[in-house]
Design a protein around this ligand. Structure first.
Ligand code: GLN
Length: 479
């Protein structure tokens, strides 16, 4: 393979800025590779390189999840109902990154409206895991994760509502950061559940994640009323040990339901952390086991409201041949939405209906508050919390499509942080064999910290990454 594709994004940016590498050549190398994608990671690839970039990101091209609006470029959120939709503007983060010198390489595959954990809910077919093409890359940002792992892109944007950056990062052996809620503008992201959705980086290493993230945060965006000013700049991580840190390991998220191979890699990583000087102790998040149930009321409730706008009038697909308006709405939504999206709209509409609102939505909101309080209590004693990112390694295509509850269980370890709005990062911590046997696959290690602790979190993840020395190159030949 072309050597320049082996450079990390940060190294490539540095080489371009130093005049040692031609930015146009780098873009063309990735464009050719993404264009020959055999994983169905990309739904659209740029035809022309951008004009030579002088931004601090050096012109290193960026893969962007389909649900980010990109001006004049298909932005379909993995859905038939938005097929061919060309937005008249770009999302704030896409605009900021292009201005900083990370031009759009392509749009990546995802579960429809980001609902899923395997990318199999995409209207455009599943993405394949570059480690083993018979397996899923995780989801919903599976296209972005597979593209980065297979070196089809130097780095990528994903979104995380309940785990959709961290879980595919884990299953593909790369790094994924879910930011503090509000740290990144949601303007121009096609909404799933607005109180949870956050954009974040999917990268080959922690340094690349910090570099990309540093240009995603920034001034509060007046176009997103929930966006917040990030306190201070994002630093490039440099720490080499974990001395002075206390890491809590919540019993509720590190036992039952986790595959033995994943648990073994997780425990070995905890020992490594202790060896790097941190204090590692068990802790409790008593309400965490209820997070999944609360999430699957709240996220569908918000989705049912957000998806009401797709009616065949305003965007994308419209069913033809209807005799009146109601029939046109009905047929458009019947044909345009996939089964999982319809399931969530029905669940959400039910949970919000007048007689049931308090029993479901109201109660789930109270559980959400309890979960946030649990974290606040734990962070009085600990700097970070550690868990496996996902309870298992990448599963086979089709293994969970018939059983929505089995699919939902993938988010067991990631949803609590989403409900609490706190940042969390997944880094690859080793390999494990799937329960049924077969080649070894990547395992993700999740670290979560208090709101706005991204600098500390990236620093700790960096020190751990150096000690782990995980080698992700096995996925690189899989384009
Ligand atoms: N898998 C979860 C869901 O289906 C989370 C998805 C996400 O984070 N976008 O809702």
């Amino acid at each position: 393979m072309n050597d320049i594709l082996e450079l990390s994004a940060a190294a490539a940016a540095k080489a371009v800025l130093a005049g040692d590498l031609d930015g146009g050549e780098l873009f063309d190398a990735y464009r050719a590779r993404a264009g020959a994608d055999e994983l169905n990671a990309f739904l659209w690839v740029a035809e022309d390189g951008p004009p030579a970039s002088s931004g601090p990101l050096g012109g290193v091209p960026l893969a962007v999840k389909d649900l980010f609006c990109t001006e004049g470029v298909p932005s379909q959120s993995g859905s038939r109902i938005l097929e061919g939709y060309l937005p008249p503007y770009s999302a704030t983060v896409v605009r900021r990154l292009a201005a900083a010198g990370a031009p759009l390489l392509g749009k990546t595959n995802q579960d429809e409206f980001a609902m899923g954990s395997s990318t199999e809910n995409s209207a455009f077919g599943p993405t394949l895991n570059p480690w083993d093409r018979t397996r899923v890359p995780g989801g919903s940002s599976g296209g972005s994760a597979a593209a980065v792992a297979a070196r089809l892109a130097p780095w990528a944007l994903g979104t995380d509502t309940g785990g959709s950056i961290r879980q595919p990062a884990a299953l593909c052996g790369i790094v994924g950061l879910k930011p503090t809620y509000g740290a990144v503008s949601r303007y121009g992201m096609i909404a799933f559940a607005s109180s949870l959705d956050q954009a974040g980086p999917l990268t080959r290493d922690v340094t690349d994640a910090a570099l990309l993230y540093g240009w995603m945060v920034g001034d509060r965006d007046p176009c997103d009323s929930t966006s917040l000013q990030f306190p201070g700049p994002i630093e490039l991580p440099a720490r080499s040990d974990l001395r002075g840190l206390a890491i809590g390991v919540p019993a509720e998220l590190t036992g039952e339901g986790v595959e033995p191979g994943v648990l073994a890699a997780f425990e070995a990583t905890l020992e490594l952390i202790a060896g790097l000087g941190a204090r590692v102790e068990r802790c409790e998040l008593p309400h965490a086991p209820h997070a999944l149930a609360a999430y699957y009321v709240l996220a569908p409730a918000e989705a049912s409201s957000n998806l009401a706008r797709f009616d065949g009038v305003r965007y994308g697909y419209r069913a033809s041949g209807a005799d009146d308006l109601i029939e046109m709405y009905t047929r458009t939504r019947h044909d345009g939405f996939g089964a999982e999206v319809k399931r969530r709209i029905m669940l959400g509409t039910y949970a919000l209906s007048s007689g049931y609102y308090d029993a479901y939505y109201g109660r789930a909101q109270r559980v959400r508050t309890k979960i946030a309080e649990d974290f606040a209590t734990v962070f009085e004693r600990f700097d970070f919390i550690a868990t496996p990112t996902a309870p298992g390694v990448a599963f086979e295509l089709g293994a969970k499509t018939a059983d929505p509850l089995a699919m939902y269980l993938n988010d067991f370890c990631t949803v609590p942080m989403s409900l609490a709005g706190i940042p969390a990062i997944s880094i690859p911590c080793g390999l494990a064999r799937p329960p049924g046997g077969g080649p070894e696959l990547p395992v993700g290690f999740q670290l979560a910290g208090p709101a706005f602790s991204e600098n500390a979190l990236l620093g700790a993840a960096f020190a751990l990454e150096q000690a782990l020395a995980f080698d992700g190159r096995a996925a690189a030949g899989a384009g």
